[in-house]
Design a protein around this ligand. Structure first.
Ligand code: ATP
Ligand code: MG
Length: 405
């Protein structure tokens, strides 16, 4: 029996990156032998074990063959006769198909190291086409390794898979899992651009795909194209290391612009309400978790008001706070502001332009929070408490505005 470190750990070590988790392949052993020497079986679909001390994953070398549609339709074959090379061959990319043996030798039958040096994402074999999840993985790795290119033949293969209807088989949970991980990478725009290039974006996130080619007014949007704007917004969010909900809100805030009738271009009056509707549909379809969905809805609905914050009446500002639930969830309101900030800075030439609206709304919220609701309640008729608290908050903001000029 021989064990090897494989996959991401070998890749990241060669790249000089910190290794997160170390996966191992075992050649020449049976499940019974693994259990006998103390490994704990954990795999359901194929034989995987946890090391009794390190808790790292050890999988028996296996091959996989397509036996049905979709990513579950696989026949797994594991036996002591399966070689390391055969196991590596079923992997997605050459840079993920390298192994290191116990004495530290690199085993690289598919030239992963060469592709790593040339910064190329290349499929290992034609078997790549058997699993549509791999399209999402490639797009995600493109977002992580932002200076890597996709081999033309791999892009061609992915296009073929999309045309053959392969991505229609992806389960929603898996789509969200990969998209959300890609959103957290260094350059999330690349995931969407890769998915768009192979045609998968149109099938998976048609609402996002539609934004490309939709113009916006050049006086506010030097980049003009809405899809391009959203990509800039996303990458700005990633540069700030903002959270997943902020990044998802950044991705979806302008979805409504894709629904504007062409004769109204480049204006998008009322796109906020359409964005809300589309965010809801998209979130439902790919099972976006509630925290991401709710922040995205708030940002879709109210980002215009944040951009206009300095012109809003103080009562309107308090209404905005109430809609976003800022009094009960101030931390979430910060996330909301962060997403709006990304929208502002995600335009060419706006990257370091000041956006005073953020500070203004934060200070206004602090003043409105400073209103002692209990005190106000004592002074008025019980039926009027809500209204009186609202008034007191608006007045606190108005008085401050007057003082500051
Ligand atoms: P990360 O740093 O994101 O963990 P990784 O390369 O380690 O990246 P994992 O999802 O942990 O990715 O998978 C471990 C290894 O298993 C990969 O390096 C790859 O060799 C293989 N692999 C995982 N998923 C697939 C898949 N859908 N198709 C083919 N190979 C896969
Ligand atoms: Mg890994």
């Amino acid at each position: 029996m021989k064990t090897y470190v494989v996959g991401g750990a070998v890749r990241d070590e060669l790249l000089g990156l910190p290794v997160q988790d170390r996966d191992h392949v075992v050649v020449g052993a049976t499940p019974e032998e693994m259990v006998d020497i103390g490994y704990k079986p954990v795999g359901q679909d194929f034989p995987v074990f946890l090391h009794p001390q390190t808790r790292e994953e050890y999988a028996l070398a296996r091959t996989e063959r397509k036996s049905g549609r979709g990513y579950k339709g696989f026949t797994v074959f594991a036996s002591p006769e399966v070689t390391l090379e055969e196991d590596l061959r079923r992997r997605d990319l050459t840079i993920n198909a390298m192994a290191r043996d116990e004495s530290g030798n690199l085993i690289d039958p598919y030239n992963g190291q060469r592709d790593l040096e040339a910064k190329v994402l290349r499929h290992v074999s034609e078997a790549f086409a058997e699993d549509p999840v791999r399209i999402l993985r490639v797009a995600r790795f493109a977002a992580r390794f932002a200076d890597f290119n996709i081999a033309p033949e791999t892009m061609e293969l992915m296009r073929g898979m999309v045309n053959a209807g392969e991505v229609d088989e992806l389960v929603p949970e898996r789509v969200w899992q990969e998209i959300s991980r890609g959103l957290m990478e260094k350059r999330p725009s690349r995931m969407f651009l890769v998915l768009r290039e192979c045609g998968a974006l149109k099938k998976l996130l048609p609402e996002v795909d539609k934004l490309f080619g939709v113009p916006q007014p050049p006086e506010y949007h030097p980049e003009i194209d809405t899809g391009l704007h959203v990509m800039l917004v996303l990458d700005w969010a990633a540069q700030q290391l903002f959270s997943l909900p902020v990044r998802f809100a950044a991705l979806t805030h302008d979805l409504g612009k894709g629904a504007t009738p062409q004769e109204l271009w480049p204006k998008h009056i009322g796109h906020e309400a359409k964005s809300v509707e589309l965010v809801r549909m998209l979130s439902e379809r790919i099972r976006v978790p509630a925290d991401c969905r709710d922040l995205a809805i708030a940002v879709a609905r109210d980002h215009g008001n944040v951009h206009r914050a300095l012109e809003l009446r103080s009562g309107t500002v308090v209404e905005l706070f109430e809609r976003v639930d800022a009094f009960r969830r101030p931390e979430r309101f910060m996330e909301f502001l962060r997403a709006c900030e990304c929208d502002f800075h995600g335009r060419p030439g706006y990257e370091s332009r000041p956006f005073p609206e953020i500070n203004y709304l934060q200070q206004a919220l602090a003043l409105a929070q400073g209103v002692d609701a209990g005190e106000v309640a004592k002074r008025v008729d019980p039926a009027r408490i809500k209204e009186a608290v609202f008034q007191a908050r608006a007045e606190a903001i108005a008085a401050w505005r007057q003082r500051e000029g």
